[in-house]
Design a protein around this ligand. Structure first.
Ligand code: ACM
Length: 700
């Protein structure tokens, strides 16, 4: 009787309090959990999560993981919940949160899945693993009303779409402390991300203690300028550890052990990346005998002909494997120049002996050999999509960054793939109008575009085993232009949370308007309350106004002849790009900007098909100096009635200057002429050269 009356009391209290929950209908219709769960069904009543509500767990449960789930609670309750563990008394305590280990969950084979049943009397969590418990507790926190600590009764059955949901932090270009990395682990895990890839080595600094090669941290971890940009454009020197002006840092082995353990408690695997064969200027200055020419400060690529290179890489990987339990070890593999290999007698000899026909195959030789080494030690090789060039090593997993093409090729060849295409996943790109943002590397990747990414659209069903081989998705933050911790968080959030949902949620459950409101109303306020520095979506400017709608003009859809070729690396909308009525946005990679790199940059002729009265001809160009995109020094616009003899309408010159901005400039003519053919030409500046990008030749 006593129990019954107390239950009745709970229900009565809950009902009253629940009406408080409903006081803000605008928020209540939003999906209550981020990332969107597989299944959520609300019910009547509410569970009152009190300070003394016990958490019942069994002997096998790892309490360090359960405690970790409360380190960054996803609610700001006035009543701070202190989980009270009762181990091994399952079912004996009323009004409890019970964590029940089960052998299987009928709705998903994933070890990360969980079932969460909330009634007015109890909360029951079922999971196959501690990770499932962690994720259920994260969902439970999000379901908790922050004012009242009430949790609306519901049934949640949840499991991830992809097993790999990652973020990459570049801690080479600007070193970040262990405490900062832990702070990001808490945030990522709160939204069920489970891989943190650390880019530990690059020209800008080696970031990991390696006992066999002490110069890596005694010299190669320290540079002469704190800002990557001025260091890279300046002297690019390394300085001995502890010397005056030496900037940088590295993780000691003890710190890595602590980080690995910290991440494990938050259900995150740390994946180390050790770059090879390129991006290794720092190693090849500390140990110049490992480059083709043996000169410090001259080479970025290891000498593949020298056995000492393999001794080095294997010893380094031995120590890396000892520290990181991750199955995947990332070996970089991107952007090798390979120039020194063509002239190096050792590399040439290696190619001859191994029957390698070019330097791409020489790179593949190195990658395959390292793959075998890792495999012999029970690990697997993960590398950027360049590892495909020259033949993909057996067993290698590909991280597709130059779009999805590399990933698709690897999938078709039966390899595992992590999708991280730059267009959708490079979180170092501008997330809003460049003029409103701190300098970024380039691009334009707003939250909505990240959210729109589907790593495995239905069209890929034709690839055998695609669902099994496509491990998931990752967001990358390269930090060349990101010197501070707050700035790094600003680039990460909330975009990483969009990728968390891309990786976890089923497509048909996802909704951009709903997600955007959740970010505005719940995620950002919580992040700010917890001391993070996310981009403020509330003040978003949006895309370049010109790009928002298509335009009509006299040249739209007219035949165009390319007297100079556009650059096939940025083909945009092909031959039609300049006359399709679509203007470009803030980033040259948006498929609306056409690139020209030839000695004569732009040289095109538009045929209006009949003599036409023309008052205006104009085109916009973009400049962003970091990636080498410059405005033209000169544009010539001319007209012809027969397509043979052209009369100049105007010649526009511009004093090109290098700067940090993303800028746009219109090169046009206004007047009155009757013409059939219009020729548009651009010429580069003699000092800066640069790629020319233009989006449309508008004729009025
Ligand atoms: C890369 O962005 N170079 C992988």
């Amino acid at each position: 009787m006593k129990n019954l009356s107390s239950n009745l009391l709970t229900i009565a209290t809950a009902t009253i309090l629940l009406s408080a929950c409903h006081s803000n209908p605008a928020e209540n219709h939003l999906n209550p959990i981020t990332p969107t769960p597989l299944h959520y069904q609300a019910d009547y009543g509410a569970f009152d999560w009190r300070t003394n509500t016990p958490l019942l767990i069994d002997q096998a449960t790892d309490t360090t993981i359960i405690r970790a789930a409360f380190e960054l609670p996803l609610f700001t309750a006035p009543l701070k919940v202190q989980p009270r563990f009762i181990i091994g008394e399952s079912g004996k305590t009323p009004h409890s949160i019970e964590l029940k280990r089960v052998d299987t969950l009928a709705f998903s084979p994933s070890r990360e899945a969980y079932r969460l049943a909330i009634t007015a009397h109890e909360v029951t969590i079922e999971a196959v693993s501690d990770t499932g418990f962690y994720y259920a507790l994260k969902s439970l926190q999000q379901l908790t009303d922050p004012q009242t600590n009430l949790i609306r009764a519901a049934l949640v059955e949840d499991a991830p779409r992809f097993g790999y949901r990652g973020v990459m932090l570049d801690v080479s270009r600007h070193f970040r402390s262990k405490a900062f990395v832990e702070k990001q682990i808490r945030q990522m895990a709160a939204y069920k991300m489970n891989r943190l890839h650390l880019h530990l080595t690059d020209a800008a600094g080696w970031r990991l203690q390696i006992d066999s090669y002490p110069q890596l941290t005694a010299l190669a971890a320290w540079r002469s300028d704190s800002l990557w940009k001025s260091w890279w454009q300046g002297d690019r020197r390394y300085l001995p550890e502890g010397s005056q002006g030496a900037y940088g840092g590295y993780y000691t082995k003890e710190e890595i052990r602590q980080l690995v353990e910290y991440a494990r408690r938050h259900c995150i695997t740390l994946i180390p990346e050790i770059e090879m064969p390129a991006h290794s200027e720092e190693v090849l200055t500390a140990y110049p005998e490992l480059s083709c020419t043996h000169e410090p400060y001259k080479q970025a690529d290891f000498c593949v002909g020298n056995e000492a290179t393999f001794t080095f890489l294997e010893r380094v990987l031995d120590e890396v494997m000892e520290l990181f339990p991750s199955h995947y070890i990332h070996i970089g593999g991107d952007e090798a120049g390979k120039a020194s290999w063509k002239k190096c007698p050792r590399c040439q000899q290696r190619m001859k002996r191994e029957g390698l026909k070019d330097v791409d195959e020489l790179q593949s030789y190195l990658i395959a050999r390292m793959g075998r080494y890792l495999e012999a030690h029970g690990r697997a090789l993960l590398g950027w999509d360049e590892i495909i060039e020259g033949g993909l090593a057996p067993g290698a997993t590909v991280m597709s960054w130059r779009g999805e093409a590399g990933g698709m090729k690897a999938l078709e060849a039966g390899h595992q793939v992590v999708m991280t295409p730059d267009e959708f996943c490079y979180l170092d790109s501008y997330q809003d109008a460049p003029y409103s943002q701190p300098q970024a590397i380039s691009g334009y990747l707003p939250l909505e575009k990240v959210y729109s990414y589907d790593p495995l659209p239905a069209s890929r069903d034709t690839i055998p085993r695609a669902k099994e081989l496509l491990l998931g998705v990752q967001g990358n933050v390269w930090t060349e232009y990101i010197p501070t911790e707050a700035h790094l968080e600003y680039m990460l959030y909330p975009r990483a949370i969009a990728l968390a949902e891309v990786g976890w949620s089923q497509r048909e459950q996802m909704s951009w308007p709903d997600f955007r409101q959740r970010i505005l109303k719940k995620v950002l306020p919580l992040m700010e309350a917890h001391g993070y520095h996310p981009f403020d979506l509330r003040g978003e400017v949006g895309n370049r106004p010109e790009a928002l709608q298509s335009i009509d003009h006299l040249a739209k859809g007219k035949p165009i002849t390319f007297r100079s070729n556009y650059w096939k690396k940025y083909p945009a909308n092909g031959d039609e790009t300049l006359t399709d009525g679509l203007r470009g946005g803030w980033g040259y990679g948006d498929g609306r900007w056409l690139a020209f790199v030839g000695s004569k940059r732009v040289d095109v002729v538009i045929d209006l098909e009949q003599p036409t009265m023309v008052h205006e001809v104009k085109a916009d160009f973009m400049q962003i100096c970091g990636p080498g995109v410059y405005l033209p020094a000169k544009v010539v616009i001319s007209a012809s009635t027969d397509g043979e003899t052209y009369t100049p309408l105007t010649e526009i010159t511009h004093q090109v200057e290098k700067d940090d901005a993303v800028s746009f400039r219109t090169y046009g003519w206004q007047g009155e002429t009757t013409t059939r053919y219009i020729r548009y030409e651009s010429y580069p500046d003699t000092t800066y050269g640069g790629v020319h990008f233009l989006d449309e030749i508008v004729v009025n």
